[in-house]
Structure formats: structure tokens, C-alpha cells
Design a protein around this ligand. Structure first.
Ligand code: GLU
Length: 505
């Protein structure tokens, strides 16, 4: 293709962005970057009734957190603006008038009640009613009424909608989809969709098609839920006399059970986030969890989303954003729904937490535990990371291991009952004397002396190591005790041993 790739992410600001929306944005971004194209953010805010305060800012912030900010858009600007549909009304009106002038659209004066009555009447006969080529001439519209009647209704101020005149006689509409191949639909099953509402605002279909054309969008990449609209869109392009963009409809993201579309309720039930960032509903003041606030790294979140509907074709699962750009292709996007697995999201977080240079976590760790780690050197923080990163799934979990910051003031009672024998205190006292002589006080050296101590006293590992751990940490799990003793330093280690023996006897 000669023309440049221009794709858009076109969310409606009706609430927080669902993770499926972020996946759509991601695939648009990847496709754009792969082809040296342009990634555009267009805000589709024509539905005043569903507009939610703060949603647009939320969308912008989510994309920023993910690390793929738009090249053109509401904030970034660009040559094809404005990028908010509420600021483009004139354009829609102009194009709509064009469609009416060429006979592809018409004014309809039917009230909601009149239409509902038609539906009820049809249902009573076991039929389904729709506003289409078969029924339109029995309705109150500019096709059925005379020009004088229409002029009269208008001068009396009767509100009207503008509808698309679906081609009659069962035209075969072809949608060619980059993921699904060619889809054919007969126009006789399609209804005369409303293009402009009675309030004078365009519907999604009109604004979307007009904008995609005027913004020179080359590829429409969006969720599968929009596939049923695609034939209408193709016909709209035709009616306008414009070339349609290429289409790619991404597979649905399914519930962890695989049954049905993933919804906010699944997140509430399963205890996992559905939104990239936490969101407080302005009406109900209810807050929903966000991946960011729950401690996920954006890299992990994106990698998880990448594999919801796309695969590299081999076993590889870990991709940085740049690597994903390199590897991405529409051919490897699946047709069938992608099942979301919350455990896999956690797994990705672990992978990103542990990979790469761990010193990048020093500052975040200190920030999260500002009080407990006040005055800590970089080396000391690094030691904590070296010991703990393998043992946690989220960075914030490190802070819960209180023995890292202070001597234990409580000891796991159940463990004590099971593992603390009458002779234990004596062993630890002797161990303390052994450790007092260890120089340098480093992990390997501590381990060697510990083992020598066991050998000379003919003691099993279990008889001393677990009590040693309990004495130093208060609990039964955690990092290697030799690493941990080195981290504490000799004085702290001996002090903790001393005070545990004094307390536990
Ligand atoms: N405004 C639509 C949405 O909220 C856009 C659909 C499309 O990409 O055409 O998803």
C-alpha cells in the first residue's frame, strides 16, 4: 500500500477504559509503529446522555501509564483536528446534507411512541419489526410524505431524525476484514439506521465514518462488538463516494471461565482489576480497582494484553513494547475469543519485577516504605531487593516482611509450639558464640561456619536452621538465612538471637 498507515483509537468517554479498550489501543499502536504510521486518539463524545465527567482525562492518563501516547489527538493536536467529536458538528451536518441531497438519507418524523407501537403490533403477530426498506413507506418520513407535508411538519417544529436509506432488493454487502477474511451480508436484513438524532447530534455511525474519512484513517482496528456495524459503514462509504479503510475486528476478551465477555462484575467477583487505573465513579463515588494501583507494572499489563488475541506463532511469551512492535502482525491475531487468566497477569508481573536491572526498584521501594527505610543506603536497599524479588509477585509485598526493617516483636506461636524444643535455646546460644567469631560476616562464610557447627555437634539442619530463622524473623519463611544474617550485620544478628532466646527460653 502506498498511502501511509493512520490508525485511530476512538473511545467514548462514558466511564473508565475497560482493559479490552486498552488492548484495542495497544493493537492500534503496534500496527501504527510497525508500519511507521500514525496513532491517533479520537474522543467519540456525541452521546451526551452517556457522557461521564473525567472519563476523557482517565483515558489520556491510562495511555500515558501504558507508555503509548498518541501521535495525534485531543492532547497531542495534529493536522486533522479537532479530535473531539463534539467539536466537529458542522462537518457532520455538512456531510449529512450531502447524503440527503444524493438520496441516501431521509428525514423521519416518527415519534418513539409510534415506532414502539409498530414493534408491539408486529410482536403480537410473532413478527420482528424494523425500520427498513419494507416498512419505511408506511412511516412518517420524507420518502413517504409529499414535499409539502414535510415542509409543513418542519415549519411546525416537529423534531425529526435523519435515517440512512438502506439499498433495497437484498444487495450483498461485502466487508473485507484483515482478521476474518471476507464477510458477506444481505442488505435486506439491515435497517435504516439513524444518522442524526432529533437533538441534531450525529449518531456513532455517521460521526465515525465521516471522521475516519476526513482523518484519512487507513485501518480501522476495533473490537469484535463493532463487526455488526461494519456492513452499514461500508455502505455509508459507498453512499458518500469514498474509499473505505481496511477493517480488522479484534476478538472478544472472555471471562476466566471462557463463557462470555469479560465484564466489570467478573473482576469484582474474582478480585482482579478490569481497568488500567483505579476509577471513582463521580455519581456513586464507588471506586474500582486499577492495575496500576494494585501494583502491576505497565510492561506486565501490556504484555498480558498483547497475548489476549495475538500470539507470536511460537512459544514465546515475553515481549517488551518495542519487541512487540517488531513481532506484531495482523495475521497472528486470532479470530476466536481470548480467555483472560488473572493468574497469568500476576505471572507477567513477577517476570518483569525480576528481570532487568533490579536497582531500578530502589527508589520505588524506599518511597513505599519511607518511614521504615529512612536513611537506608542504596546498598542496603539493593540487598533487600536481591533477597526478596524472587519471593514476591508485587513490589509492595516486600513491605509486609516487617523483619526486614526491625527485630521481630512477636514469634509465630504455632511454629514455636511445634519446633521450639527444650534444647533449642541452648543450640542458639552456642550458635551465637560461633557466629560472633565469623569474619568476614558474609553469607558464604556464615553458611560454612553454620555447617561446621552442625557437624561438630552432630545436629541436623532442621533442628537449628528453623529456630535460627524464627529468632531472626519471627516467622517460618523468607530469604536465605545466611544472606539475611549478612544483611543484618553481625551486631544485629547476635542481638536478635540473644533477645529471641531471652523471650522464648
Ligand atoms: N466509540 C466507539 C467505542 O467506544 C468506537 C468504535 C470504533 O472504533 O469504531 O468503542
Amino acid at each position: 500500500m502506498s498511502a501511509s498507515v493512520r490508525v485511530r483509537f476512538a473511545p467514548s468517554p462514558t466511564g473508565p477504559l475497560h482493559m479490552g479498550g486498552v488492548r484495542t489501543a495497544l493493537f492500534n499502536y503496534l500496527y501504527a509503529k510497525k508500519h511507521n504510521g500514525t496513532f491517533i486518539l479520537r474522543v467519540e463524545d456525541t452521546d451526551q446522555a452517556r457522557f461521564v465527567e473525567g472519563a476523557e482525562a482517565y483515558i489520556e492518563e491510562s495511555l500515558k501509564w501504558c507508555g503509548f501516547e498518541p501521535d495525534e489527538g485531543t492532547k497531542a493536536g495534529g493536522n486533522h483536528g479537532p479530535y473531539r467529536q463534539s467539536e466537529r458538528s458542522e462537518l457532520y451536518l455538512k456531510e449529512l446534507n450531502q447524503l440527503m441531497a444524493t438520496g441516501h438519507a431521509y428525514k423521519a418524523f416518527d415519534t418513539a411512541e409510534e415506532i414502539a407501537a409498530k414493534r408491539t403490533e408486529a410482536e403480537a403477530n410473532g413478527d420482528v419489526w424494523q425500520y427498513d426498506a419494507k416498512t419505511r413507506l408506511s412511516m412518517r418520513n420524507s420518502l413517504a410524505l409529499s414535499a409539502a407535508e414535510v415542509a409543513q411538519l418542519e415549519s411546525e417544529g416537529h423534531p425529526f431524525t435523519v435515517r440512512f436509506k438502506m439499498p433495497e432488493s437484498g444487495r450483498e454487502v461485502k466487508v473485507s476484514d484483515e482478521i476474518r477474511g471476507e464477510i458477506r451480508v444481505s442488505s435486506s436484513v439491515l435497517d435504516d439506521k439513524v444518522l442524526m438524532k432529533a437533538d441534531g447530534l450525529p449518531t456513532y455511525h455517521l460521526a465515525n465514518v465521516v471522521d475516519d474519512h476526513h482523518m484519512e484513517i487507513s485501518h480501522v482496528i476495533r473490537g469484535e462488538e463493532w463487526l455488526p456495524s461494519a456492513p452499514l459503514h461500508v455502505l455509508l462509504y459507498e453512499a458518500f463516494g469514498w474509499n473505505p479503510p481496511a477493517f480488522a475486528h479484534l476478538p472478544l476478551i472472555l471471562k476466566p471461565t471462557g463463557n462470555g465477555k469479560l465484564s466489570k462484575r467478573d473482576g469484582d467477583k474474582g478480585g482482579f482489576p478490569i481497568f488500567p487505573l483505579a476509577w471513582t465513579d463521580p455519581k456513586s463515588s464507588q471506586t474500582s480497582n486499577g492495575y496500576r494501583e494494585n501494583g502491576y507494572l505497565p510492561e506486565a499489563f501490556l504484555n498480558m494484553l498483547l497475548l489476549l488475541g495475538w500470539s507470536s506463532g511460537d512459544e514465546r511469551e515475553l515481549f517488551s513494547l518495542e519487541e512487540a512492535v517488531e513481532a506484531f502482525s495482523m495475521e497472528n491475531v486470532t479470530k476466536s475469543g481470548a480467555r483472560f487468566n488473572p493468574d497469568k497477569a500476576v505471572w507477567f508481573n513477577e517476570q518483569y519485577l525480576r528481570s532487568g536491572d533490579s536497582s531500578r526498584w530502589i527508589e520505588p521501594l524506599k518511597e513505599r516504605n519511607a518511614e521504615a527505610m529512612q536513611g537506608w543506603s542504596g546498598t542496603k536497599c539493593q540487598q533487600v531487593l536481591d533477597m526478596m524479588l524472587e519471593r514476591v509477585q508485587f513490589l509492595h509485598e516486600i513491605g509486609a516482611h516487617s523483619y526486614l526493617f526491625a527485630a521481630p516483636d512477636r514469634f509465630d506461636e504455632k511454629l514455636i509450639r511445634k519446633k521450639w524444643k527444650p534444647e533449642t535455646a541452648g543450640y542458639l546460644r552456642d550458635l551465637k558464640d560461633v557466629l560472633a567469631a565469623v569474619e568476614p560476616f558474609e553469607s558464604d562464610n556464615i553458611e560454612t561456619h553454620f555447617k561446621q557447627f552442625l557437624a561438630t555437634r552432630e545436629l541436623g539442619f532442621g533442628a537449628v536452621l528453623l529456630p535460627f530463622r524464627i529468632a531472626l524473623t519471627g516467622t517460618g519463611g523468607g530469604p536465605s538465612m545466611f544472606d539475611f544474617a549478612e544483611f543484618l550485620g553481625k551486631n544485629q544478628t547476635l542481638d536478635r538471637l540473644e533477645s529471641a532466646v531471652a523471650k522464648l527460653g
